[in-house]
Design a protein around this ligand. Sequence first.
Ligand code: DDH
Length: 274
Amino acid sequence: MSKPGNYEAVRKDIVKLLHQPEYDDGSAGPVLVRLAWHSAGTYDAETDTGGSNGAGMRYEREGGDPANAGLQHARVFLEPVKAAHPWITYADLWTLAGCVAVREMGGPEIRWLPGRTDYVDDSKLPPRGRLPDGSKAADHVRAVFYRMGFNDQEIVALCGAHNLGRCHSDRSGFDGPWVNNPTRFSNQYFRLLAGLEWKLVTLPNGVKQWVYEDEDGISERLMMLPTDIALRDDPVFCEWVDSYAEDKELFFEDFAKAFAKLMELGIRRDARGG
Ligand code: DDH
């Protein structure tokens, strides 16, 4: 067991578990990033409810939200780390793991602070349905992220996380990765979103998503959600899609800031950081 407060030791153990040859594209990284985001993304600024405090996904009420399907894999990956460092809260562990995973997959360093509690405050519990629905349009995306306190630029930066990982037909119903190398953090998602011709298809399960077909009509395995395409087609969002497609450094900088802000939603610390 490490000494309480030794977050460096926790970081090291998170790095060690990222390599998972039997899982998805060989990395636990993407699903850990999604766990961190979904733990925080329930925040509502107006009522100060939701957010990563409380690690509510441990319980059916939040963990069983269909939007969180598949995130049990991420929680299971982290159990040995929790066992080795029992002093860290789940809320801190999940958010830290997301930040460490981004960095280890080649992304920016994200400023992360400890201090989240696992105490579940019933008055702060988010209702289901606060996380975004991939089948919807730009107005839905704005409603969800404005509720958390983000602006249009931050929304686009955050959605650049879809450079990582994939959709699973048995989780969300959508299917496939956004980019060719889904375990390497880059601005490829924006370059493909802005640069390729996307075609709307209906999957056998009835779910609609966009796919890329090359000149010979051969369908590549790359995909976009309707909410991803909405970023390309919205007059304000698309300016940022283009900027991030052109400038990887700018994207990394803006992503790091916005993700750090996401991890802090609803978190308050006293002067000693407690
Ligand atoms: Fe996402 N995301 N996401 N996403 N997301 C999915 C996977 C991943 C939406 C829907 C989906 C963000 C924003 C949105 C990641 C990170 C982030 C899947 C597939 C769906 C559906 C799930 C599955 O089948 O396993 C929608 C809608 C939005 C939106 O903004 C409108 C943001 C902001 C982030 C972030 O991290 C900041 C990651 C990583 C994945 C890949 C997970 C995996 O298992 O691989």
